[in-house]
Design a protein around this ligand. Structure first.
Ligand code: ATP
Length: 449
């Protein structure tokens, strides 16, 4: 049986991954339990608590015990969920063996695998309704359980779908790992006791097989939350061995338990390449867009940096331009953005909100080395002024005239290639550039660390 769970926590406490870890440990007495999955869904969903995470796992249960296992899960979800918080609406989806077998058998007839694939992919990239989830649950004969308005059913089904798809083909989707350590209950809500020096040492030993443990440029440890939730820290990476090695290095308060998750974190799965999108750009969706810088970057109040790109004809109607923003928390990334100039060919990666792309990465594909400036007067050497629209330039003192701006080839102080926000500002689902080094090697990357 595969079980998906979501929406059990609030900003004030709990964490769905902790509930999952408790269940995985508790259910071992009923049969073998798989490594649980942690999926990050659409990062733009307005009603998410934090990182829009949902979990799932598979358990091989001895016949006749399914009902008992479901009761244990329902009881734990009811007991541990933050039900008094308005935004907490737990949902659980059960895919029992019969339904799982039907999926493998019926693949071609009723397209059940395709339905689950679409649901999971839409949960990461689009905005779904509860109706969408109920339709699949009913068509594929799944069981479910929910509390309050049960919105967690959406995330629970998406997480369960991820487990189903990876069951027979573990490489169905790109994935990484996270080892989560959880605090003892009496410490929840207090500040975390972690020996920082040990974390820096651990990171230095295993990076880049582990990543986003620390942020070197910003001198910050980023693998531990600051919220009252049960998570002590999480170690992310591509290698289970390296993750456990990091774990061994870290000195911290005694933990209650730890759990390894297979996850879609660090994969960029939320990004839609516009060629694939049937419709135009929509808010609450995340994109990869090719374009040309059409206004020079400027810093606005709050330290955010804004510029526009004009989307190339290939991707949208001629002339459409869209604003891009690097928010203040992206720190040093803004210095890269400030170096862009009109005419640079770039690709932007990020989410669309209020018609603005919130930048996660950029690729500088082709720098425009030519900088145009008002011409200098041949006689006095001062800058000439515009003589009016399309009327060239004139020196006020000497009366000299020039038709065009000066064009100077300059060193731009920035190289072509991919740039990213630093670990302090990284979304869970965003792929760190250091992972691209291991996969897509034909691009110049400038990892932020
Ligand atoms: P945490 O990261 O601490 O686990 P969270 O950020 O995951 O919290 P949830 O409490 O899980 O937030 O709330 C997210 C809610 O949004 C859930 O009810 C989930 O079912 C729903 N949801 C997730 N993805 C989508 C989507 N693509 N469309 C519509 N609803 C979604």
């Amino acid at each position: 049986m595969i079980i998906g769970i979501d929406d059990t926590d609030s900003r004030k406490g709990m964490c769905t991954t902790y509930l999952c870890a408790v269940l995985v440990d508790e259910l071992k007495k009923y049969g073998e339990v798989s490594t649980p999955r942690l999926v990050r869904l659409n990062p733009c969903i307005p009603f998410k608590t934090r990182g829009n995470g949902a979990v799932s796992f598979e358990i091989r249960i001895a016949n006749g015990k399914e009902a008992e296992v479901k009761e244990v899960i329902k009881a734990r979800v009811s007991e541990l969920s933050e039900l008094s918080e308005e935004g907490t609406n737990p949902g659980v989806v059960f895919i029992d063996n019969e339904a799982l077998n039907a999926i493998s058998r019926g693949e071609k007839e009723n397209n059940s695998e395709e339905m689950l694939k679409n649901f999971y992919e839409h949960a990461v990239r689009e905005v779904l309704t509860m109706e969408d989830a109920y339709t699949i649950i009913s068509n594929l004969h799944f069981d479910y359980f929910g509390l309050k308005n049960k919105r967690g059913i959406i995330g629970a089904l998406a997480a369960a779908a991820f487990s189903v798809l990876q069951k027979n083909k573990p490489n169905y989707y790109d994935f990484t790992y996270e080892l989560m350590a959880y605090r003892r209950k009496e410490r929840w809500g207090t500040s975390r006791s972690i020996d920082e020096a040990s974390v820096w040492k651990a990171d230095a030993t295993t990076y880049p097989l582990t990543w986003d443990t620390v942020d070197v440029a910003n001198k910050k440890i980023v693998f531990a939350p600051h919220s009252p939730c049960p998570v002590l820290f999480g170690i992310r990476g591509d290698s289970v061995d390296a993750i456990y090695k990091t774990y061994e290095f870290i000195h911290a308060e005694p933990e209650e338990r730890k759990m390894l998750f297979v996850t879609n974190q660090g994969t960029d799965f939320h990004l839609i390449k516009l060629e694939d999108a049937e419709e135009k750009l929509q808010d609450y969706h995340s994109y990869i867009l090719d374009g040309m810088v059409s206004s020079n970057p400027r810093t606005i109040e709050g330290g955010h940096v804004v510029f526009s790109i004009s989307l190339s004809e290939k991707t949208l109607e001629n002339g459409i331009s869209i604003e891009c923003i690097a928010y203040e928390p992206t720190k040093g990334f803004r210095n890269i953005i400030r170096k862009l100039r009109v005419g640079d060919e770039i690709t932007v990666y990020g989410s669309l909100k209020k018609e603005t792309i919130n930048l996660e990465k950029i690729e500088v594909r082709k720098l425009n080395p030519v900088v145009e400036s008002n011409p200098k007067c041949d006689k006095c050497g001062r800058s000439m002024e515009s003589a009016g629209r399309l009327q060239g330039y004139r020196c006020k003192r000497c009366g000299t005239y020039r038709a065009d701006k000066d064009k100077v080839i300059v060193d731009r102080g920035i190289e072509e290639g991919l740039y990213e926000v630093p670990p302090v500002a990284r979304r869970h689902i965003s792929k760190p550039l250091i992972r691209m080094r291991m996969k897509e090697v034909n691009k110049e990357i400038h990892p932020s660390r």
